[in-house]
Design a binder for this molecule. Structure first.
Ligand code: GLN
Ligand code: ZN
Length: 765
């Protein structure tokens, strides 16, 4: 018998980012609402039809979203924060977008006021961002959207039976940000009636099963949190169709006992993250439940290894029978690019190793078909897969002996500066002679339309390399001149040659490849196109040296060399799955190390290595964090510890949440750390009040995410706050992040105020 196949969610953006284009046109007032809704309906229909044609048995609906599925849940349950002035009984689409973006679409301007948007947060350990619900202790809920029912009906009208997907009530509450400190689970009893109504309506509209996503079941939970699932699930099960329970990106671990006893028809296991949990599940799964086995990786782009999957599937089928095993994607395919078919320029060898969402649908169908064959190895699809897997395993482009050897030979002295910070800083200071409260920026200066245009022309071949270089030099000259005029102490070259801080390096490193259309939704209409790390990583030539040297030649003040760190490069790429991630990270680290050594040799005295993604890589479970952080520190230090004491190493992180990782940040042993702080009014200082951060630090005093120019007094106040807990001799003065998205006028105005603010504090000591 053939097992059923299943997908937990399909990309929403469309093969050519049609959703992005439709959304942005609608927000700008260029098209009517009906237009946008038509595009959305067409994208959903295409998704269902593709899955249907590929032979997927359990096809999801309500996985589509105009912006975000958590926002959809907020609207479904009427959990709209008070400041949006919502009083009706259904959230309309313009209010929906205002919740997401703070500004209403052009056509609703005047009718809906601008308000600060809901906060955006990373979805578990992915690069997808969701809008966090804001709950209050007196929160009430009511059904305010018929989206799940409408989409079920749309699919039925096309002749396709689907499984509506709902974000489960407990995870919904746990993923929220409450305004006042209270236990969000106290709201559960008020929330469940809305879910009960939705489930009953879904059943009446023809749903036979409903997918309940409870991703919180893969997280560390308190006993009280864990206990909430059972009564909640019981009420949902009584209210409507049979429930298919899912969690992903981790195993259930200490939540397993709870999961096994929930009144659901199937339990999902993400076998790409937690294959080690398969055996206990097979041992203990109650007879009335089936197992949804997530063997096709929903968040990476590699072809499935059929022989390896077959071993897992056989184990499951031998124990449970094919009627109790569902072959599934590991998680929603939302995290995969849509299709390989548009990758016409991709290297054929590497392309043959890849599977995007559409290809994954066929993988599921193949895997199901094999279960009806006595000798699946004779199936042409099996053979093609085995050939691709073997071509990847043996390709000389992937395995570079010298790179492997160098990583394996990493020694403790590779991760240690020659002297401790206290001696280094004196040597550096003698050379650099920075004043107290030195001023600097984070790296990029405004990426003007001229810069973007020149880059586009260069890419299309309309601008020669030589003319493009001349153009970039002119930009660098301008940035250096402005910084000198402002009186900044530690200068930057402005990064005009970079479109993206990871792509720029990936394009110059061996082992990376880029797609033409491999977009993945990051948030709302925003998509990213992560590079693919397919092989051993090495650096054939210097990547930034000539720009840094040119910039330094224009001024007597120190110019910072500017690099992206190994953790961030890894985190923002699709990473090979045939070697441990830590090994790839180390290979990148050695490539960056060579760059720092060469920058130093070329006369660069200060080098900044950005690690904005360090925190994002944190494993979902606490137990695994120490190990990850240890590896992250090792790689960062490999990349920074090749230089002499006299070279000052800076690092930068774009967040202010250091609780639980401050020891790790200190262990990086960067001479200077710049972080985001102004938006949260120096919230991070709590951590520094408890922990004596040993090295120098620049908490950002200008929120660069907004065009607003903060005044001198405001910045002085923030600096004073910082100086209350951080010794004045350790404090730097800088913005929160790079200035790439800002315009020149506000940049100059804000930096002028920043330099003045630093001067005021200097005068006081
Ligand atoms: N150096 C980078 C810039 O200034 C840092 C960007 C970031 O932290 N995300 O743009
Ligand atoms: Zn930043």
């Amino acid at each position: 018998m053939k097992p059923q196949t299943r997908v937990l969610g399909y990309p929403r953006i469309g093969e050519n980012r049609e959703l992005k284009k439709a959304l942005e046109a609608y927000w700008a007032g260029a098209v009517k609402q009906g237009n946008l809704l038509q595009t959305a309906a067409r994208l959903r229909a295409q998704a269902w039809q593709k899955q249907n044609a590929a032979g997927v048995d359990l096809i999801p609906s309500n996985d589509f979203s105009l912006y975000d599925h958590v926002l959809d849940t907020i609207c479904m349950t009427g959990a709209v924060p008070e400041r949006f002035g919502f009083t009706g009984d259904s959230v309309d689409i313009d209010l929906y977008f205002t919740l997401a973006r703070g500004v209403p679409p052009a056509s609703a301007a005047g009718r809906i006021a601008e308000t600060s948007a809901l906060k955006m947060t990373k979805w578990l350990n992915t690069n997808y961002h969701y809008l966090a619900p804001e709950f209050t202790a007196d929160q009430t809920f009511s059904l305010c959207s018929s989206k799940p029912i409408d989409e079920l009906k749309q699919a039925l009208a096309l002749g396709i039976q689907t499984i509506p997907v709902l974000l489960g009530p407990v995870s919904f509450l746990l993923l929220g940000k409450s305004v006042d400190p209270f236990d969000p689970l106290t709201l559960l009893d008020r929330l469940l009636p809305v879910y009960e109504t939705v489930l009953a309506k879904l059943r009446d509209a023809g749903a036979e099963q409903v997918q309940i996503d409870e991703p919180a079941l893969a997280l560390d939970l308190t006993a009280e949190q864990r206990a909430a699932f059972t009564p909640a699930c019981r009420r949902l099960a009584e209210a409507g169709p049979a429930l298919l329970l899912t969690a992903y990106f981790e195993g259930y671990r200490d939540n397993l006992e709870t999961v096994l006893n929930l009144p659901v028809q199937s339990v999902h296991l993400d076998a790409t993250s937690a294959a080690d949990e398969l055996d206990v599940l097979l041992d203990r799964l109650p007879d009335d439940k089936s197992l949804s086995l997530g063997v096709v990786d929903g968040r990476n782009i590699w072809k499935n290894n059929y022989a390896a999957s077959q071993r897992l599937i056989r184990r499951a089928i031998n124990r449970l029978g094919a009627d109790r095993v569902i072959l599934s994607s590991s998680c929603s395919l939302l995290h995969s690019p849509v299709t390989l078919t548009s990758e016409t320029e991709l290297d054929d060898e590497v392309k043959n190793w890849l599977a995007f969402a559409d290809q994954k649908l066929h993988e599921l169908a193949d895997l199901a078909r094999f279960q009806t064959r006595e000798h699946p190895e004779t199936d042409p699809a099996w053979q093609a897969n085995a050939a691709a897997v073997s071509s990847r395993r043996t390709s000389p482009r992937i395995h570079v002996e010298a790179v492997r050897k160098r990583c394996a030979a990493a020694a403790p002295e590779d991760t240690r500066r020659k002297s401790p910070f206290s001696s280094r800083i004196q040597i550096q200071q003698e050379r650099l002679r920075f004043p107290a409260f030195p001023t600097t920026t984070i790296g990029s200066f405004p990426q003007t339309t001229e810069i973007r245009r020149a880059r586009a022309q260069f890419r299309k071949g309309e601008l020669s390399r030589e003319n493009y270089d001349q153009f970039l030099k002119k930009e660098i000259r301008r940035v250096i001149k402005e910084q000198e005029a402002l009186g900044l102490d530690c200068l930057v070259h402005g990064e005009p040659e970079r479109n993206d801080m990871v792509e720029y390096f990936g394009q110059q490193l061996e082992g990376f490849i880029f797609t033409r259309n491999g977009w993945v939704q990051s948030y709302g209409s925003r998509c990213v196109k992560p590079p693919i790390i397919f092989g051993d990583v090495s650096r054939p030539a210097p990547m930034t040296v000539s720009w840094a040297v040119f910039a330094q030649s224009l001024t007597d003040r120190p110019v910072k060399g500017m690099l992206t760190g190994p953790v961030t490069i890894l985190q923002w790429s699709f990473v090979r799955d045939d070697r441990p991630r830590s090994e790839t990270m180390k290979q990148i680290a050695f490539a960056i190390r060579d760059e720092t050594i060469e920058l130093e040799a070329a006369g660069i005295q200060v080098i900044q290595i950005d690690e904005p993604a360090l925190r994002e890589g944190l494993p979902l479970r606490r137990a695994a964090r120490k190990h990850y952080l240890g590896q992250a520190v090792e790689s960062f230090k490999i990349s920074t510890c090749g230089v002499e004491d006299r070279t000052q190493i800076h690092t930068h992180m774009c967040y202010s949440e250091f609780n639980g990782i401050i020891e790790t940040i200190a262990a990086l042993d960067a001479d200077v750390l710049s972080v985001e702080a102004s938006r949260s009014n120096m919230d991070l200082l709590d951590v520094f009040a408890r922990f004596n951060y040993p090295n120098q630090i620049g908490p950002g005093i200008w929120d660069i995410h907004s065009p607003r120019v903060p005044g001198v007094e405001e910045m002085v106040a923030l600096l004073r706050k910082a100086a209350a807990v951080i010794p004045a001799q350790n404090l730097w003065v800088n913005p929160d992040c790079g200035l790439k998205t800002r315009g020149w006028p506000e940049t100059l105005a804000a930096l002028k105020n920043m330099v003045e603010a630093a001067g005021e504090l200097r005068a006081e000591i």
